[in-house]
Design a protein. Sequence first.
Length: 460
Amino acid sequence: MKPASLWLALVACLLAPLVTAKEPLPSEGQHETQQNPEASGAESLEPERWNVSTQYTNVTQANGRFKSTRPLIEGKKTFLSTPQRESTNDVTLFIGVRLAPETEFYINPEIDQGFGLSNAVGIAGFPSGTAYKLGEANPYFKMQRAFVRHTVNLGGEWQALESDANQLAGKRRSDNLIFTLGKFSVVDIFDANRYAHDPRGDFLNWAVLDSGGFDYAADAWGFTLGAALEWTQGPWTWRNGFFNLSKEPGSIEFGTDFKQYEIVSELEHRHVLGERAGSVKFLGYYNRGDMASYADAVKWGLKNSSAPDVGAVRKRSSQSGAALVIEQELTPSLALFARASANSGKKETFDFTEITRSWVLGLSQNGGAWERAQDTLGLALVRNELSQEGQSYFANGGVGVLIGEGYLPYAPEGILETYYQWQVNKWLALALNYQRVTHPGYNAQRGPVNIGGLRVHAEF
C-alpha cells in the first residue's frame, strides 16, 4: 500500500470505535424495508433519533500491454496501452439526525485519494466506479452529501426501516410520499438496480452501475444540488427530480443557480412472477443548458483548419434520453438484471460519459449453493455505441469528457465484467474483479484490454 492508502485506512480504524457495527450495508442511496413488518411489530417500533456509521474502500486495478496501432497524441484522452496499476481510497462518515417525526437530515463527509487507470479517461464505460474524474495523490476532504428527507404517510401497511447508512431506523406506510432536498447523487434515487449499482459492494464498471445513455447531472465526484419527489402507491412508484447541471459540460463543479438544469422522471412497477420478485423501471430525462452540437463543432473545425472545439460553439440548447432498468429473481439465489438506454447523441455529453446507446445484461448469484450465502458472484455483458454525429466529431480530432484520442476508426465498445465478493465477516468484504474491454473508446484499432482488480471494503 502507498503511504496515502495507509493513512486513509488508519482514519477508518480510528472512526470505527465511534460507531456501532452492523450487518453489511446496501448502497447508501437505496432505502431497504423489511418484507414482513407486522411480524416484527413495525407499528410499535420506536423511531431512531440519530445514527452514525463509516466505511473504507480501496480499489486497486491493473492492466497489461495491449494492441494499439498508433502512438499516443499529447493532450488527448487515451487509455494507456502500456502496463499500469492505480488505486483509489475513500473513507466516508454517514451521519443521520431526526429533525421531526417524519423529517431527517443526513451528511456524508468523505476523504478521498487516488487515481483511476489512465487518470480515468479513454474508455466510455470506465472500469472503476470508485475512480472520480479528478484524481489526487494526497488525501482531500469533500462533503459529498448534505440533504433533508421528509416522508408523508398515505396509507397501507406499516413497514419497518432498519438502521443503515443514510437511513434512520423507524417505520413508514407502504403508500407514501418522500421528498429529498439538498446535495446528493441523482442515482441515489433514480436508475437504481439492487444487483448492479454500488461500486463498493458489487460491480465496478460505470456502464454496469448506471445506464450509459443517462447523462445525469453531477460534478466530478457524481453529486449535485437538487430535489426529488417519490410517490409510492401499491406496486407502483413514480419519481421526479430537478437538478443543477455542471457549470459547463465536463466541469468539475456543479452550478448553484439552476440556470442549467436537468429534469428526470421515472416510473417503477414491482411484480412477482412465479413467487419470484422483480421490477421494471422506465426513466426519461431532459437536460437544458449551454451545450454544443457535434455537427457545429465539426463545421467550426473545418472552417478554422483545426480540431473541433465544442467550447467555441456552445449555445442554449437541450438534449434528452431514456433508460429501461429490469431486475428479476430467477431462483432463491440467482437473479437477472438488464439495462437499455439511449440519448439523441447530437450534442456533447454534459456530465457523465460519451455513450449514445448502451445495452447491459447480467446475472447475480449469491453463494448459498456453496454454503457462502453472504458471498456474491456477478457477471455482466455491455455494448456501448456512439452516434454518427459523435463519430464524426471524434474522428476529426474532438475531445470529450472521457474520450478523444485525436482520431477514430469507429467500432462499438464491448465490455465483459465478472467479480466474486467474499464476505469475510460483517465488517469486511474482499472482492476480485476482472474486465475485458474490446475497442476502448470506440477505437477499432485498439484493444482488447484485460483489467484485473481487487477491492477491500470495511464497514463499522
